[in-house]
Design a protein around this ligand. Structure first.
Ligand code: 2U9
Length: 341
């Protein structure tokens, strides 16, 4: 076949290609096993010896021409080279898709606020294990041997001497064993109790406890710190009242009420018309607890307080069922966008 005829057919065919599939068809038509150029190359063998070099050179030129034209046409119609990834053209005028942005769990948000206030007051973070020795959870904290909370009914035991901590107080016992006074620490964490589950009781929940030990620490210091803390958490109008209470690890022990942030004390739905909300427990660290960690109770005194993080989150957000915190129900969790640090 006449090379010039082949060349013009190559040029026409490739110029007419409109899609990557057309280009592939043109490639096969000329360079494929049964293609026109392939046939031309084979026919060279039948030509006379003096003709062969010229025909061979012509065949190679046409082959190179096909490849060159295919590449050029591919670039024009936006097809892909071999090994090239397809990248969709970006339309910068389209609106952004929004995307799914996560958020912290409402308990984590509450805990962060509590931590930030306490750290601003000079309390340092202390941590400890959730699987704890019975000694640190009960004995060292002056719980008598026959105390009901030690019962299997109330505490999850791992073995005879090992349990899931029922409060974060063992963290502070461990800290005191390793540090001399003065100290001012807070101990956040998850705690476990073998409770009958209902809207206000879960078998796992979260506490933060504070502990301050020095010479001459008094109940007045406790009142000052609790007031500063609760005003930071619930607003500057918050007032407190102390009621006598009992804990094995503090003496005296108190329950602390604060004026309701919903009505400022006049009575509303949040506080059950009383004007007051029971918010935390506290007291002066029992001399037996100081002795257990090797502190001299005649020289040192201290206060401690404990607060339920779940309870704070429920009060702040008007949540009526503690079990929602563990349900992993998105329609619940999405109601608490992060508004603060
Ligand atoms: C040491 C000594 C004393 C921590 C304290 C409370 C009072 C308290 C409750 C708050 C809500 C438990 O989660 S809750 O139900 N806690 O009322 N906690 S005093 O006393 C300590 C801690 C450590 C060494």
């Amino acid at each position: 076949m006449d090379p010039r005829l082949i060349e013009s057919s190559i040029r026409d065919d490739i110029a007419a290609c409109a899609t990557p599939d057309d280009l592939e068809a043109a490639r096969v038509k000329y360079l494929g096993r049964k293609g026109a150029l392939t046939a031309f190359l084979r026919s060279i063998g039948d030509a006379g010896a003096e003709e062969r070099p010229r025909l061979g050179a012509e065949a190679n030129r046409l082959k190179a021409l096909v490849e060159e034209l295919l590449d050029a046409r591919r670039a024009e119609i936006g097809g892909l080279d071999d090994n090239e990834l397809y990248v969709a053209p970006v339309d910068g005028t389209l609106p952004a898709s929004g995307g799914a942005v996560g958020r912290r769990h409402v308990i984590s948000q509450t805990l962060r606020r509590i931590k930030s206030i306490l750290e601003g007051m000079g309390y340092r973070l202390a941590r400890g294990p959730e699987v704890e020795l019975e000694y640190y959870n009960f004995q060292a904290l002056n719980f008598p041997e026959e105390h009901p909370s030690r019962d299997l009914q109330d505490t999850f035991y791992v073995s005879k001497d090992i349990l899931l901590r029922t409060h974060t107080s063992p963290i502070q016992v461990r800290f005191m064993e390793e540090h001399k006074p003065p100290l001012k620490i807070y101990a956040p964490g998850r705690v476990y109790r073998n409770e009958a589950i209902d809207p206000s009781h879960a078998a796992e929940f979260h506490q933060v406890e504070g502990l301050y030990i020095d010479t001459d620490v008094s109940m007045a210091d406790l009142r000052g710190d609790l007031q500063f803390f609760l005003r930071g958490l619930f607003g500057p109008d918050t007032d407190l009242r102390f009621k006598p209470h009992f804990f094995p690890f503090t003496e005296p022990s108190i329950d602390v009420d604060m004026t309701c942030f919903g009505c400022n004390g006049s009575g509303c739905g949040i506080c059950g018309q009383t004007g007051w909300i029971e918010i935390l427990g506290a007291g002066m660290v029992h001399p037996n607890v100081l002795r257990a960690v090797g502190y001299d109770p005649d020289r040192y005194s201290g206060f401690a307080f404990g607060i339920g993080v779940d309870r704070i989150a429920m009060i702040r957000h008007g949540i009526t069922d503690i079990r929602m915190f563990l349900a992993n129900e998105l329609r619940f969790l999405e109601q608490f966008p992060e508004m603060e640090s």
